[in-house]
Design a protein around this ligand. Sequence first.
Ligand SMILES: Cc1cc2nc3c(=O)[nH]c(=O)nc-3n(C[C@H](O)[C@H](O)[C@H](O)COP(=O)(O)OP(=O)(O)OC[C@H]3O[C@@H](n4cnc5c(N)ncnc54)[C@H](O)[C@@H]3O)c2cc1C
Length: 340
Amino acid sequence: MLSVLVVGHGLSGAIIAHTLTDYGLEVHCIEGRVPHSASQVATGLINPFIGPKLNTPTEIDECLFANQEFFKKWEEMSNQKLYYKDSLIRVFRTEQQLLKWRLLENEDLSSKFATSLASKHEIKNVGLTAPFGAGITLSYRLDILAYLKLSKERLIAKSRWTSTLFEESMINEFDITIFAEGHNVSANPYFNWLPFAPAQGEILELDGPRLPLCSNGTWFLPHSSKNAKAGSTWKHEDLKSGPTDKGKKTIYKNLNFLPIDQFKLVNHLSGIRSGTMDRSPIIGRHPKISKLYIFNGFGSRGSTTIKMNAERLAEFIILEKPLNQNIDLNRFKKKIRCPT
Ligand SMILES: Cc1cc2nc3c(=O)[nH]c(=O)nc-3n(C[C@H](O)[C@H](O)[C@H](O)COP(=O)(O)OP(=O)(O)OC[C@H]3O[C@@H](n4cnc5c(N)ncnc54)[C@H](O)[C@@H]3O)c2cc1C
């Protein structure tokens, strides 16, 4: 049986570890609590229409299917809810977004997500300001922290967990090593040559009236009976600044579609997303050291894409099924020389 070391237990490390375990591999996970981990702050929102252009993420059906199968099993095993389906109110910022939404309503996909236009009455009733109107659609949310807690407990129970930072000598103890280190790939001696584009993001935890899940690009997500989370921001410089006053002001300004003055700030957090230059994950085998793999680059959409891509990496490792060109690290081989 192939023995595997997974380096990092954020969302990507946890999911690849259990995916390979489900295929019968002997998987050990190490976690070194590197600051600014994305999974520790992310809200886990899965939104079918993203960005100012309200584009549909590629392979959204495959992603949702993979998530549903996987988390359903975890929910049954733990008797705990991890994966939620919810209605999302998308507040338009421009006339163009309203027009795009009207076009979306005629597409196949929109019927799957029960996409519709909100009436003026509905918008007013929930207390939102939306001069260009708003749409309603289905969305999903993964409780990332709850999942990571269960995953860690399971690995510990099977003696497959060590709390430690990676050391080079460890790769000799396993058949293969998979690095799932998030933004800390910048310190990885084997894979730091790949074109990552990390981005720091901040979120606020707010206490105030209960409002529904809504977003105008900046989202507001009810979290418990009183609390909500809101965010986020993007910056590519000064990544390790932690939460900033500027970030907080930006989120408050962008939440102008809510009665924001009725909310009290209870917490302010930040993390670093491990993005990539072409916005696709970077997955695969090291070009020169065949026992080393990378599983990284999930940017701002890890809750949507990680499980589907974990299946692909598993099939690549076990069945030698080639990876799709758009995620395979070899897409950079001609452009960037691997120095190792
Ligand atoms: C503010 C913010 C909001 C977000 N909101 C959403 C959202 O709503 N929906 C969504 O889908 N995504 C969201 N994301 C993105 C999401 O968080 C990421 O896609 C996902 O969590 C990435 O997980 P990861 O495991 O790749 O990286 P990380 O979560 O960064 O995990 C990497 C782990 O590896 C460990 N590690 C690193 N190096 C080593 C080493 N050498 N040795 C041992 N351990 C190591 C770290 O300690 C860490 O635990 C958000 C991100 C941010 C920052």
